[in-house]
Write a protein that binds this ligand. Structure first.
Ligand code: TYD
Ligand code: MG
Length: 462
């Protein structure tokens, strides 16, 4: 066998060097050299088998996407309705969040009808068996392998329809001298697996570790070659987990799946009451519920705000689940247009249940939560809020207002504060829920103070 030769290539400019270098002599970038297996000599190169010619788009045959249900409803939903055969799915998340648990459950179900191979590169086969027993997965039909060398994995793929690699950072190619988990290894292994997936029609699930910052460890190119990239998120304290797609070539990226980690596995959660909304809302100031749309699903989520007097010179602003810049913008609007000064107040904001609220429709709820926290006046527990806020203090209409109002009714809310421009689509629900249209933020803040004037006055921050 010919000896494989590796070279080092600068990730920034493409300069090639036989040795690793700390700094690229060509472009001056630091720490940019990645080890690569050199392409085989010209004689070994495959000869082009067919000549593909350009053709008009209308001649291209449309293929209907076949989808295979994995059997875990919430997982299927995030994938866009099931797994597309021969696709590559990357599942990232913090350690211990439940990546292996989820994929073991999925493989257990898939192995009833398909040939599934689970590569457990991090745990021994007996550890995997223990988990299978715990999850009640029938282990007769599921193939497992405790292997880290990709060449050995490749040699065992005959007839395999689903391959799970847990994790991509733990497998390595013998041909590369760098250690498993290094940028070069992760990139080479993933692209080898991708070629395999497409050539042998294997659906590949990869588990990926995340860095301290929360991104999938390894080169960005890993996410580029994937068809679908999923993140598993959640709070270490509570047992709820949220599965989110950040890239999906075959479906919406806004879908979320909600799971609960129990003693005997992960279970999809259909009834959210109590996860994203607390029991005690309406009693304490700072809590505001907003109907948040993610993909095709509308979930009422509670936003909690806390305002405390600044002890040191610089006021603190902290936000969990809501963009920090959005918090700062809403504070500025409240100061200027709502007449509430925050310059001497620390402000904390949190979206319940560990969900990330990225939609502009949460603006008004964020603003009202801050106003409620500042004034010490709680918003009525039966009131939900949605709307986008502009820097001039106007409340703008948002998309799918009808769906939001319907969800508020379903969740038992009795009134909803919404943008005036959304009234047309919400009008149909007038008999079932009280609609409070607002055009400017001061009107929304007035709604808060109208009923409860003077209440909790002693709690007001100085
Ligand atoms: P795991 O899937 O190993 O996490 P990851 O692969 O993302 O690192 O999950 C580990 C955690 O889940 C561990 O703390 C134990 C817990 N767990 C349960 O609570 N119930 C279960 O049925 C299983 C299998 C794990
Ligand atoms: Mg694991």
């Amino acid at each position: 066998m010919a000896k494989t030769v590796t070279t080092y290539v600068c990730g920034e400019c493409g300069a090639v060097s036989p040795k690793w270098l700390g700094r690229c002599p060509n472009c001056g970038a630091w720490n940019s050299f990645i080890e690569e297996v050199q392409a085989p000599a010209a004689a070994e190169k495959p000869i082009l088998k067919s000549m593909v010619r350009p053709q008009p788009l209308s001649f291209v045959r449309e293929e209907k996407l076949k989808r295979i249900k994995t059997g875990v409803d919430e997982f299927d939903r995030v994938l866009g309705g099931g797994i597309v055969p021969a696709s590559m799915v990357l599942l990232g998340g913090d350690p211990g969040i439940g990546k292996s648990t989820l994929l073991t459950e999925v493989s257990g179900i898939l192995s009833k009808e398909h040939k599934v191979l689970y590569i457990s590169a991090e745990e021994s086969a007996s550890q995997l068996k223990l988990r299978c027993n715990r999850l009640g997965v029938n282990s007769d039909t599921m193939l497992v392998m405790n292997e880290t060398a990709l060449e050995n994995i490749e040699a065992n793929l005959d007839g395999v329809e689903f391959l799970i690699v847990d994790s991509i950072q733990a497998v390595y190619l013998d041909a590369l001298s760098s250690s498993a988990g290094s940028v070069g290894q992760v990139r080479e292994c993933a692209s080898r697996l991708m070629r395999l997936a497409k050539a042998k029609n294997i659906t590949v699930f990869l588990v990926g570790h995340v860095t301290k910052e929360g991104a999938i460890a390894g080169p960005k190119v890993l996410e580029h070659i994937m068809d679908t990239v999923l993140y598993f998120e959640g709070d270490a304290e509570n047992n709820y987990r949220i599965l989110r797609a950040v890239k999906n070539r075959f479906g919406s990226v806004n879908e979320v799946g909600v799971f609960e980690m129990r003693e005997n596995g992960l279970f999809g959660v259909k009834d959210y009451a109590g996860i994203f909304v607390s029991e005690s809302r309406g009693e304490n100031a700072g809590s505001v519920v907003t109907p948040f749309i993610s993909g095709n699903r509308c979930v009422p989520v509670e936003i909690q705000g806390l305002v405390a007097k600044t002890v040191f010179g610089m006021p603190r602003r902290m936000s969990l689940g809501i963009d920090y810049n959005k918090l700062v913008l809403m504070l500025a609007v409240l100061e200027k247009k709502g007449g509430l000064p925050f310059y001497s107040q620390d402000v904390y904001l949190n979206a319940m249940g560990g969900i990330k609220l990225g939609e502009p429709s949460v603006d008004l709820a964020v603003l009202m939560s801050l106003a409620s926290a500042y004034t010490g006046i709680p918003l009525d527990a039966g009131t939900a809020v949605f709307g986008e806020v502009g820097l001039t203090g106007e409340v703008r209409g948002v998309s799918r207002a009808e769906m939001r109002v319907r969800e508020c009714i379903n969740a038992g809310f009795t009134s909803v504060i919404l943008p005036k421009s959304n009234m047309k689509s919400a009008e149909a629900f007038r008999s079932r829920i009280k609609l409070i249209p607002v055009s400017y933020v001061f009107q929304a803040v007035r709604e808060l103070t109208k009923k409860n004037k003077g209440r909790d006055a002693e709690e007001q921050p100085q």
